[in-house]
Design a protein around this ligand. Sequence first.
Ligand code: NDP
Length: 475
Amino acid sequence: MPLSSDPQDKARSDLLVMFGSSGDLAKKKLFPAIYRLECRGRLGVPVIGVARNDWTDADLHEHCRASIAECGEDWDQDAFERLISRMTYVCGDYNDPTTFEKLRTAAGAAQHPIFHFAIPPSMFATVADGIARAGLASGARLIIEKPFGRDLDSAVELNTTLHEKFPESAIFRIDHFVGKEALRSLLVTRFANAIVEPLWTRNFVSSVKITMAESFGVEDRGNFYDSVGAMRDVVQNHLLQMVALLGMEQPVNEHSKALRDEKAKVLEACRVVEPSNYVRGQYDGYLDVAGVAPDSDTETYAAFRLDIDSPRWSGVPFFLRAGKALAETVTEMTIEFKSPPRPLWLGDHSHLPNNSIRIEAKPENFAAITWLHKEPGETMMPDAITLAPPPDERLDTGPEPYELLIEEAMKGDPTLFAREDSVLESWRIVERILTDHEPVERYTQGSWGPAGASRLTRTHGRWPSEPPAPAGDGR
Ligand code: NDP
């Protein structure tokens, strides 16, 4: 079920065009996603792949088959044959207008094509222009991959260029994190639980901590990663989208505009991050990765404190961190509550944790609450327990994010896509620290990142998952 749909009727897309069909994203995510849609009877439209390789339709079909097989999908031969029976290939360079002439012929009588831009961001404007010049813009939709710009100015410029040919309602900026089950269920956790929502404010919350940690490095993507870094790769987009969902007010209705309005307001209320609140790290060994500059200062770890000047969050720090080659792979959001007054029967209760709600998005999908209860026996000493769903209820059995998001875009429902204002606000928040920052601090692979990140949270405890600091290290 989609989160919502707007009241007006929207025509479903009747053709899917995959620019970048020979690329990494198409192979890893997009072919498996459209196959799953076909298996569920949710695709049912022609698919055209467009790239430079001198491929035939049969080559594209084989590439599609291999992509699906490599993802370990259950094999449904009927669904696969249905999919490739409607799949064709257009070979051409995006800089060449004849590519789009060929595409127009291949598109036939499609009235509402959807164009997925799984291509280098430097080609977004060129391809949008080619589509429009070929007369294919009317009734069309665009799915635009991240990153949307490199900074505020380039994002504004890209928006302006796209809007010359396409209205905002035709532009679907994808952030696959927003399609994750955990982020969609966050709204239910927040707004469907009468005991949660009233506490989700500055009156009770002491801090919010968000982590996106990966236990692996940049692997064979050194060339790409070195020009991007953690801040542009995942923080400006994925982590700030999480902030928006964690921090927003309840939308006034279930339509996409209301939800996207509330998300945008949270980002609008965020202060620009100060360089003194920003820590950058780089794992040992990164400089030896193929494609990385020998003197690279690109961050493979980024952490900062974010302050939100809204009535709900004023004075509550949000701590965000993301990094590669860390101790484990985990994406989580932790809401830490303030300390209660000292229980009368306890002299020292400083060792007890505060209440917290932890939402794990990866590797599992669940929300847990940490709670104090009395230890059994004569003692009145409290002990912390964590209330969480059993392991078999933590699985993510819903559609994969790309599967869901492609379907939502084809229906014309923008709820789960980033709107222009949110993207620009996100760049505004990090704009200063993109250039005004300290050099990277080195950290050991398999650790929790540079020591500076622990200092960042010093007044608000430690990061979740991080072991307590050794006694006497001054943190
Ligand atoms: P790749 O470099 O692997 O693929 C790029 C694709 O674009 C290829 O199909 C390539 O065709 C095609 N292409 C590039 N230039 C031209 C041109 N001038 N004319 C015709 N075709 C061209 O990139 P990715 O798949 O990794 O990334 C694509 C987009 O998705 C990027 O915006 C990226 O940031 C985003 N993304 C990628 C993720 C990933 O895991 N890979 C994750 C999230 C987002 P050819 O093979 O002929 O060169």
